[in-house]
Write a protein that binds this ligand. Structure first.
Ligand code: ADP
Ligand code: 5GP
Length: 204
């Protein structure tokens, strides 16, 4: 059986990664969505074990020491990391996996797992990005300022990704991500067709 495909989605805070990934999961219920561990405060409405595993710095550092992360990074002053085991188990089962992680984490995954598919979500403009982040209403003012400062740097360093998706119209952006998944799954290294020929069966 073929291994699943690892898809990494990054982009500045407020670009719409979460919204797009939520839609893509509705369309592809078999996608395995990796739940990250983080030391940041839980937002209103977030559930431990659903949106993130909310842990303290000491627990996080213990997981680093035990080599439990596929990647981890300090993002906007908090630790975030992808627990390795569930991701590799899902891939081994043949399930496709989606990681929603920052650019530093994505670079680490690119090094250790270059066969992954790397997608960057772009906002239509910096002012729309800021407007979306403010409208979401989940961050305090100083955190919004910090995230906006980082956005420039992140966007300036996105040219190594395999795909750039513009999130202007949401439906178009979700369709684009779906098109990426469809095309990537048709790459010869990932297909497992049985080619029926006259008089015999060829199995790749
Ligand atoms: P991220 O996960 O990248 O930080 P979110 O998915 O939380 O971003 O999106 C930030 C805010 O922008 C949310 O309030 C979301 O509803 C809104 N949003 C996302 N995509 C669009 C879009 N295409 N048009 C308008 N608003 C959007
Ligand atoms: P938020 O606090 O808005 O949920 O996420 C902040 C940033 O952390 C986003 O860019 C998000 O993609 C990133 N992030 C979430 N989980 C992980 C993770 O496991 N690893 C890394 N490197 N970044 C993550």
């Amino acid at each position: 059986m073929h291994k699943g495909m690892l898809v990494v989605v990054s982009g500045p805070s407020g670009a719409g990664k979460g919204t797009i990934c939520q839609e893509i999961r509705k369309r592809n219920p078999n996608l395995f969505y990796s739940i990250s561990a983080t030391t940041r405060e839980k937002r209103v409405g977030e559930i431990d074990g659903v949106h993130y595993y909310f842990i303290d710095r000491q627990q996080f550092e213990k997981m680093i020491a035990n080599d439990e992360f596929l990647e981890w990074a300090d993002v906007y002053g908090n630790y975030y990391g992808t627990p390795k085991k569930p991701v590799f188990e899902a891939l081994a089962r043949g399930q496709d996996v989606i990681l929603e992680i920052d650019i530093k984490g994505a670079r680490q995954v690119k090094k250790t797992y270059p066969e992954g598919v790397f997608v960057f979500i772009l906002p239509p403009s910096i002012s729309i990005l800021e407007e979306r982040l403010r409208k979401r209403g989940t961050e305090r003012e100083e955190i919004i300022v910090k995230r906006m400062q980082m956005a420039w740097e992140e966007i300036a360093n996105c040219d190594w990704y395999d795909y750039l998706i513009l999130n202007d119209d949401l439906e178009t952006a979700v369709n684009d991500l779906e098109a990426v998944l469809t095309a990537e799954k048709l790459k010869p290294k990932r297909v497992n067709y049985r080619v029926l020929l006259e008089g015999g069966v060829l199995i790749r």
